[in-house]
Design a protein around this ligand. Structure first.
Ligand code: NAD
Length: 242
């Protein structure tokens, strides 16, 4: 049996599928990931990206942070691809408990997924650090340079988890609960090197572990099925059979 047929069979016999996704799920939407050859880590900046998107850098050089963030981390025109859409379809059909994502682009929600655990936050929520007023992505992109609050003049910070920052407790608990209740976990588009998020997959105790990724991951040896390929191309060959 070929690998797509094996994947179809696993999906057909699973009713509590959870998708654990990373930046690779959005590359087919035109958003670069971090660690692929043409990803952000392999391009030249004044500072390494992991330094710029850290809490201490945000505090010390917020102008440079926002220059990089608005230029390289936010893609307002990006649309969900076949992978996001198929995952949403599985949830709608009652076959999936949802998506645990490390992505901040919000595309799973745009695709129609309801149970989305965005463990690294989202670019779509932004708050004034002084008075906590909410701003949309459009609001902060419309403000040149560092966005400031209309009410109090405070600096607005995206609700994304920067390096050196902790994850939101409720989101983490929801993510771990979903993974531990799943009968099938699909890990896709992630290098599985960013902790603690990468460690969440260890809570899986269900029947089928599937990896769909362009390159090898540390979980490949434990998986029932490993497909090296583009997740959008792979999932578009799959049918959602209720
Ligand atoms: P990563 O860049 O470390 O790894 C991406 C992985 O996806 C690689 O293993 C690559 O081989 C694979 N990949 C790339 N395109 C693919 C495709 N079409 N199909 C299947 N696999 C594909 O990403 P990560 O593990 O998510 O860690 C990076 C961190 O950066 C995350 O915490 C995330 O929050 C953040 N990030 C998010 C976005 C986004 O929101 N779209 C983009 C870049 C980085």
């Amino acid at each position: 049996m070929d690998k797509i047929a094996q994947l179809q069979q696993i999906f057909d016999e699973s009713n509590k599928i959870v998708f654990f996704t990373g930046a690779g799920v959005s590359t087919e939407s035109g958003i670069p990931d971090f660690r692929s050859v043409d990803g952000l880590y392999n391009q030249k900046y004044k500072y390494p990206p992991e330094r710029i998107i850290s809490h201490s850098f945000f505090k010390s050089d917020v102008e440079e942070f926002y220059r990089f963030y608005k230029d390289r981390m936010v893609y307002p025109e990006a649309k969900p691809n076949a992978a996001h859409l198929k995952m949403a379809e599985f949830e709608k059909a009652g076959k999936s408990l949802g998506v645990v994502t490390q992505n901040i682009d919000g595309l799973h929600t745009v695709a129609g997924s309801r149970n989305v655990y965005e463990v690294h936050g989202t670019i779509n929520k932004n708050y004034c650090m002084k008075c906590r007023r909410f701003y949309s992505l459009q609001d902060i992109m419309a403000k040149p340079g560092v966005p400031h609050c209309d009410e109090c003049g405070g600096i607005i910070k995206p609700d994304v988890v920067l390096y050196e920052e902790g994850l939101d407790d409720n989101t983490v608990m929801g993510a771990i609960r979903a993974i531990s209740q799943a009968d099938c976990l699909v890990i896709t588009g992630t290098s599985l090197v960013v902790y603690p998020a990468a460690g969440f997959v260890n809570y899986f105790g269900g029947k089928h572990l599937v990896i769909i990724n362009l390159s090898a991951t540390s979980s490949d040896s434990q998986a029932d099925l490993v497909i090296y390929g583009k997740v959008g191309e792979v999932l578009s060959q799959i049918k959602v059979n209720a």
